[in-house]
Design a protein around this ligand. Structure first.
Ligand SMILES: [Zn+2]
Ligand SMILES: [Zn+2]
Length: 141
C-alpha cells in the first residue's frame, strides 16, 4: 500500500521519462566519486539514492549503457534518450536495488547522505564531504 503523502517524483530535463517512489522506502543515499560516475555525470561525483526495485515506478523508456565496473560487476546507467539526463542505474549483481540520481528528483531537499564512495578518486575541486563516513572505494559488502 502506497502512502500518497510520501510519494516522491522525479524525471529528466525534457519530461519524456519520469518516476515515482515512496520516500519511506529509501534505503540510503550516497555520493560516488568514482571515475565512471565523473564521466557519466560530467561532474565531480554522482549522488544516488538506493531504492528497492519493487518500490520504483518508471514511466517512459530509458536508454541504457553498461560497463564492467572496478570489481567485475556490470553497471548499467539509464538515461533519457532524448535529452540525455542520467536518471537510474543498477548493478546486475545486486538485482534487488536500483540507484536514482538525486539531482533528477523534483524535490531533493529532504535527502540525507549516508556515506561517500571512491574517496581515492575524488578531485580537489569536488572534495569528499567529511560530515559522513567515506570509503576509499566501494563499501565492503
Ligand atoms: Zn528527457
Ligand atoms: Zn561511481
Amino acid at each position: 500500500m502506497t502512502d500518497e503523502s510520501t510519494l516522491e517524483r522525479g524525471g529528466c530535463l525534457c519530461g519524456e521519462v519520469h518516476y515515482t517512489f515512496p520516500r519511506t522506502d529509501v534505503l540510503s543515499a550516497h555520493h560516488c566519486h568514482c571515475k565512471d560516475c565523473q564521466k557519466s555525470t560530467g561532474s565531480g561525483k554522482a549522488t544516488i539514492l538506493f531504492i528497492p526495485v519493487e518500490s520504483l515506478n518508471l514511466i517512459g523508456e530509458l536508454k541504457t549503457f553498461t560497463v564492467v565496473g572496478s570489481e567485475g560487476s556490470h553497471v548499467t546507467r539509464g538515461f533519457c534518450g532524448n535529452c540525455g539526463s542520467p536518471l537510474i542505474s543498477y548493478v546486475a549483481e545486486m538485482p534487488a536495488i536500483k540507484f536514482i540520481k538525486v539531482g533528477s528528483l523534483d524535490d531533493s531537499s529532504w535527502v540525507e547522505i549516508t556515506s561517500s564512495y571512491w574517496q581515492k578518486t575524488a578531485m580537489g575541486w569536488s572534495p569528499v564531504d567529511d560530515t559522513h563516513p567515506a570509503f576509499a572505494g566501494n563499501p565492503e559488502a
